[in-house]
Design a protein around this ligand. Structure first.
Ligand code: NFE
Ligand code: MG
Length: 587
C-alpha cells in the first residue's frame, strides 16, 4: 500500500491537494483538501448589501460574474424585489455565455492534456490528420497544410526547449492512448479554442463593461441602458447584430469542434465510462428563469435531486435541507463540530488544526481541508454539468434527451455510462451545445422587448435603505458552470450581519462529514487504476473531470500583509469598512 499525493493539482483555479491510498494498482481511498482559506464571507460583514456583489464577485475570476449574480439574487430575495424582464434576459445572456466559454476553456485548456500527449502530435502525418478531421466534422480548418503548420509550431516550441503552456506534462505516460493524428488534431483545436473563447466573451465586455468581473450588476436589475433609437445605449440594434454574430460563431465552434472532439477522444478511452462514478447522488438548483426567479418550474435548467443513480425519479429540491459540516474542516462551530448548520445560520470561524508545514501527509482522520462539507438532506451530492444534464434528462427535457441519446447512440451505450469520468466530460459538452443554442433566443427576446419600446432594466423601488425592513434575510441560487451555487445574506439595520456562500466546488471537492461520508471527488476516485504511482495521471483525469475551482477558497491578507493559510492564526476583527467599494474605484 502506498499513499500518493498530488499537491498542488494544476490546471485548475486555486489550491487543491489530493491524497490517495493505492493498493494493487488501484485507488482504495482518497481525500480532497482545499489548502487555502476563503475570507470573503467575513469581508462582507458590515457592508451595504447593495454593494455585496462587487466584493462577492472577487471570490473567483474563472467562474467570473457568477458570484455577482448569486449575490444580487440573494439581496433581491431578502428585499422582495422583482427585476424587469430585460434584466432577466441580460443576466441569462451573461451567465449563459459564461457557461459556454467556461466549458470550452475547461475541455481544451484545463483537461485535454490529461488525454492528449502533445509530444506525440509531432509524429502525426498531417494528411492523415486532415482525413481524420474531415471524417468527424465539417469544420473548415482541416487541410493537411493547416495541420502541417500547427505541427511546425509545436516542433519549434519543443526545439526551443521552452514548452511554455505545454511544460510539465506527463508526456510518454502509458495511459495516453490517442494515435498521433488525434493528438495533432486536439493540439490544433487547443490553439483555436484560445482565440474562440477570447472572441466570444466580448459579449461580456459589451454587457458588463469588462471581463472578468463585470461592472453592470445592480440590486433590482442591471445598469445596461437599452434603447432601440440611441446609438450610445449599451443595447441597441447594432449590438443585437453583434450578439447574434458572436452567438452564431460560438454555436458553430461547439457543434463542429468541441462536440466532435469529445466524441473522438472518448472513443479512444471508452474504459473511462467505467471509472470515476462517485456518489450516484446529484443535485441542481436549476437556472435561467423564463419569468420570475420564484418560478423554478419554468427554468431552462430544471431543479431537482437524483438519489442512488435512480433516473426514474427526480425529487423536488428543498433549499431548507442544505447544511454544512465542519467536522473535517478547519473551522469551529458554536454548536460543536459534529453538528451541521444551514447557511442561513452559517458560521465562518477559521481555526487551522492541521500539521505544521512542511509535512508529508495530512491527518485525514481529523480536520484536513479549508472547505466545509455541504450536504443535502444529510447526503453527499454531486453538482455540475453532469448533475444538471441527468436531472434534465430524467425530467424529460426534450433537447437534453435528444442530445444525450445522440451521444449514447454514438457509443451504443446505456444511460448508466454517464455515471463516470467520461460521462462528466460528455455532459459538459452537451450542456455547452444546448446553452449556446439557447443564447440566440434570449437575444431575440431582448430585441423583441426593445422593438416594443420596453426598455425597463432596473426596479429602483427598494433602492433606498430607508424603505427596508429593520431585519430581513434571503438567498440567491444559481447554476454556475461548475454547479449549484448559493449565497445567503442576513441584513440588519441596512447592513450585512451574516453572509454565506456555498459554491459548486465546495459540494464536489469538500471533505468527509461527521458521518464519514466522502465528498464527490473522494468517492469518484475509488477504484481508479494507477499505472505509475510516481505519475498518477489517472487521478488527475477524474479530478479534472469535475473542473475544480478552489479559488473560491481563498486567503485573507490583512493590512500588514499577513496571510492566513497553513500556519494557524486567528483572523483579526476586520475593521468596519472605511469606504465603499464604489469609492475604492479600481477594484
Ligand atoms: Ni471559482 Fe465557480 C463555478 C462558482 S466554484 S469557478 O462554476 O460559483 O466551483
Ligand atoms: Mg462558505
Amino acid at each position: 500500500m502506498s499513499r500518493v499525493v498530488i499537491d498542488p493539482v494544476t490546471r485548475i483555479e486555486g489550491h487543491l491537494r489530493i491524497e490517495t491510498e493505492v493498493n494493487g494498482g488501484r485507488v482504495t481511498d482518497a481525500w480532497s483538501s482545499g489548502t487555502m482559506f476563503r475570507g470573503i464571507e467575513l469581508i462582507l460583514r458590515g457592508r451595504d448589501p447593495r454593494e455585496a456583489w462587487i466584493w462577492a464577485q472577487r471570490i473567483c475570476g474563472v467562474c467570473t460574474t457568477v458570484h455577482a449574480l448569486a449575490s444580487v439574487r440573494a439581496v433581491e430575495n431578502a428585499l422582495n424585489i422583482q427585476i424587469p424582464d430585460n434584466a432577466r434576459l441580460v443576466r441569462n445572456l451573461i451567465a449563459g455565455s459564461q457557461n459556454v466559454q467556461d466549458h470550452v476553456v475547461h475541455f481544451y485548456h484545463l483537461h485535454a492534456l490529461d488525454w492528449v500527449d502533445v509530444t506525440l502530435a509531432l509524429k502525426a502525418d498531417p494528411a492523415k490528420t486532415s482525413q481524420l478531421a474531415q471524417s468527424i466534422s465539417e469544420w473548415p480548418k482541416s487541410s493537411a497544410t493547416y495541420f502541417k503548420g500547427v505541427q511546425d509550431r509545436v516542433k519549434a516550441l519543443v526545439a526551443s526547449r521552452q514548452l511554455s503552456l505545454f511544460s510539465s506534462g506527463d508526456w510518454g505516460h502509458p495511459a495516453y492512448q490517442l494515435p498521433p493524428e488525434a493528438n495533432l488534431l486536439a493540439v490544433a483545436h487547443y490553439i483555436e479554442a484560445l482565440d474562440m473563447q477570447r472572441d466570444f466573451i466580448r459579449i461580456h465586455a459589451v454587457l458588463g463593461g469588462k471581463n472578468p468581473h463585470l461592472q453592470t450588476f445592480l440590486v433590482g436589475g442591471m445598469a445596461t441602458a437599452i434603447d432601440g433609437t440611441e446609438p450610445e445605449a449599451v443595447i441597441n440594434p447594432e449590438r443585437i447584430t453583434l450578439f447574434n454574430e458572436l452567438v452564431t460563431r460560438a454555436q458553430t465552434f461547439v457543434n463542429q469542434v468541441y462536440i466532435p472532439d469529445v466524441l473522438a477522444v472518448a472513443g479512444f478511452y471508452k474504459e473511462w465510462f467505467g471509472y470515476g462514478e462517485g456518489l450516484g447522488n446529484f443535485m441542481a438548483y436549476g437556472d435561467y428563469p423564463a419569468g420570475s426567479i420564484n418560478d423554478p418550474s419554468r427554468f431552462f435548467f430544471p431543479r431537482g435531486v437524483i438519489l442512488g443513480r435512480d433516473l426514474s425519479t427526480v425529487h423536488p429540491l428543498d433549499p431548507g435541507k442544505i447544511a454544512e459540516y465542519v467536522s473535517h474542516s478547519y473551522y469551529d462551530y458554536s454548536v460543536g463540530d459534529q453538528a451541521s448548520l444551514p447557511p442561513a445560520r452559517g458560521e465562518t470561524q477559521p481555526h487551522y488544526s492541521g500539521p505544521k508545514p512542511p509535512y508529508e501527509y495530512l491527518n485525514t482522520d481529523a480536520k484536513y481541508s479549508w472547505l466545509k462539507a455541504p450536504r443535502y438532506d444529510d447526503k453527499a451530492v454531486e453538482v455540475g454539468p453532469l448533475a444538471r444534464t441527468l436531472i434534465a434528462y430524467a425530467s424529460g427535457n426534450a433537447a437534453v434527451k435528444q442530445a444525450v441519446d445522440g451521444v449514447l447512440g454514438h457509443f451504443n451505450a446505456p444511460p448508466t455510462v454517464l455515471f463516470s469520468t467520461l460521462g462528466r466530460i460528455a455532459a459538459r459538452a452537451v450542456e455547452a451545445q444546448i446553452v449556446a443554442g439557447q443564447l440566440g433566443n434570449w437575444v431575440a427576446e431582448l430585441d423583441d422587448n426593445m422593438s416594443r419600446g420596453d426598455v425597463r432594466i432596473h426596479d429602483g423601488s427598494m433602492w433606498d435603505p430607508e424603505s427596508w425592513p429593520k431585519s430581513c434575510a434571503g438567498f440567491g441560487l444559481e447554476e454556475a458552470p461548475r454547479g449549484s451555487l448559493g449565497h445567503w445574506v442576513e441584513i440588519e439595520n441596512k447592513h450585512i450581519v451574516n453572509y454565506q456562500a456555498v459554491v459548486p466546488s465546495t459540494w464536489n471537492a469538500g471533505p468527509r462529514d461527521a458521518h464519514g461520508q466522502r465528498g464527490a471527488y473522494e468517492a469518484a476516485l475509488l477504484n481508479t487504476p494507477i499505472a505509475d504511482p510516481e505519475r498518477p495521471l489517472e487521478v488527475l483525469r477524474t479530478v479534472h473531470s469535475f473542473d475544480p475551482c478552489l479559488a473560491c477558497a481563498v486567503h485573507v491578507i490583512d493590512g500588514q500583509g499577513h496571510r492566513y493559510g497553513h500556519e494557524s492564526v486567528t483572523v483579526p476583527d476586520l475593521p468596519a469598512p472605511a469606504c465603499s467599494a464604489a469609492e475604492m474605484g479600481g477594484l
